[in-house]
Design a protein around this ligand. Sequence first.
Ligand code: NAD
Length: 732
Amino acid sequence: MLNYSVDAEGIATVEFDYPDKSQNILNAASMGAYADAMQKALADPAVKGIVVASAKKDFIAGGDLAELGAATDAAAFHASISAWHKLMRAIELGGKPVAAALNGSTLGGGMEVALGCHYRVAADNPKARFGFPEVTLGLLPGAGGTQRLPRLAGMMAAAPLLMEGKRIKAAEAQKIGMIHAVVAAGEERKAARQWVVDSLASGAKPLQPWDAKGFKIPGGGPNTPSGMQMLMAANAMLREKTYDNYPAPRHILSCVYEGLSTNLDTGLAIEARYFTNLVMSPVSKNMIRSLFFGMQEANKLASRPANLANPVPQQKYSKIGMLGAGMMGAGIAMSTATAGIDIVLLDTTQEAADKGKDYARKQWSKQVQRGRMTPEAMEALLARIHPTASYADLAGCELVIEAVFEKREIKADVTKKTEAVIAADAIFASNTSTLPITGLAEASVRPANFIGLHFFSPAEKMPLVEIIVGKATSDATLARSMDYVRAIGKTPIVVNDSRGFYTSRVFGTYVSEGMALLEEGVPPALIDKAGLIAGMPVGPLALADEVSIELVHKIAQQTRADLGKAYVERAADRVAAKMVAALGRLGRKSGAGFYDYPADGPKHLWPGLAEQFPPRVGASALRAGDTPSGADNEAMLSLEEIVERLILVQSVETVRCLEEKVLRAPIDADVGAILGWGYPPFRGGPIGWLHTLGAAQSVAALDRLAERHGPRFAPPKLLRDMAARGERFYPA
Ligand code: NAD
């Protein structure tokens, strides 16, 4: 756990060396070992000074998230944090010089261990990053980070590190005063030891700046004019960005404001309370589960089929085919080329195929202009993209993905032409967003090798791929497809075939609910604001414009044609039909949707909406702060209920996906929603949110909504059964 040695000159080295892990992490065990070692060194008269170091390639990666995620006893947690603060103060005030040798990345609790030393020297290691990622998982740097960093660097420089989790390189860390020196890699221990030797020779008592007489916060404290101005702006910006859905950055601001208004010890006591509050909050539990553990499992391909009798070896890819060089095809080609894989980009004409490659050139040129890529690197990437109109060029591809027009006949045609040239064991994948894979596979002569790889737009940027398993898709095809998704650095979730699969189906309910609210007479500005307040990145009407109202209309028509009598018309179908067929407002791409898109200014809601979808009596008068009265009150929806509808409509559809086995596991739903359509991480995901509410309370809320707004909210049997049995989706 920790190596302890004392050399001939009485300098102790305390070396973090977490067993059986590639990284040092801080948890009860390693923190306990550190406390023991430091207390021993401080108490031993033979020890004159201390060097803190790491036996791994990095210093410390941060806190143990499994332990933090599982913590449920607030009092015990608060006590352990307070004990840690006491130890750090004992080190700072112990009279022996302590230097940290930071050989690599030093993050979170690791950075706090370092800040608790008198001197910090980092290796000039280009891979090393320094900072506090806690806020990205709903936490705060709770081992003194919110107090020590701004006292060293000033509140202004500390803000992006503490509140956004920004990670910086050694040189920048030195510039802001977070570390003292940067030396050639491999020299950092020697430099740390030399500082200890020099400090001893000077005869001065080693002290942290805040313990020295006359200490002043760099740039001014919270109660100086500049400090107040900075905090006020930070508060407003935070509110605007997060609608106060995320307690962590708010608590961090409070720690800085309250803690820096007083002395360090009181500040640490303040931080300990805010930290305990966050660790116990459902928000951090949700974020840790979905963003950390869920994502980690998905990226490790935990659900890759494991046929032990006949394991599928990991597939290496060297040549991929891409059918359709449109928006999606070009983006997928970029991701594939970036992974070092050659890609044949096929379209109906050479010119159309070239256009796809031009798109890649345009995007990468921007990176070159920003200095993020060299021109040579761009040319090397472009050389991997081979535009063509000839199917013969697909020979030798291990996988071919189609992203041609969303038309069954066209997709069937390109499937047949491709299978005529590719090897018998090659995979054919469709990037369809709506057409069931099993049906598309009917055009294939080897449906076992046919699969859905659903990318999101823009494909070169979006991190998720929804893998859809058709009825005939083999486990080997699934396993090999997952290998491709990982090879291009994206995160896969695996779902079974269904109309709209998982992501489009559930994401669609959010857009549809917004359109239903419009038909009910809720003012459109309120609908889109409610979406943002709910934590979604874009309001539902603005989103409908982005994906195009025409697409919503087309999908409704196709579903109606496919389902016949079983089709149930929704409010959104009527709204889309009116907008597209009657009013010719197709969405952003036509410059006219729920919003107008003037060439010379920002978009704004189309004034004609009020005539087409008259606001209900009273609703038009609703403004923030207004309290409707009497009959208006009866008829009107509260903002809370609008938010609840926009969120729970997604959750209830997700439970249906679980019940119908479209989804294989709740965590896939949560990871897919957050990465796929920007579902608010603080809720954990559509299932994470029901987990937070509890099954019984979820059922009660859904029953109430179903009674008022229709059966789309009716709780599925799966959820009712869970409520009856007192079950939860995830461990408590
Ligand atoms: P797009 O219109 O931008 O591109 C389609 C391309 O396919 C065009 O370049 C067209 O020339 C080409 N094409 C048409 N018929 C062809 C044929 N027979 N052979 C070869 N090329 C042909 O469309 P897009 O947005 O890239 O969407 C493509 C597919 O991806 C669709 O199935 C769509 O549903 C799906 N998809 C789209 C999105 C999205 O957000 N746009 C997201 C996920 C999936």
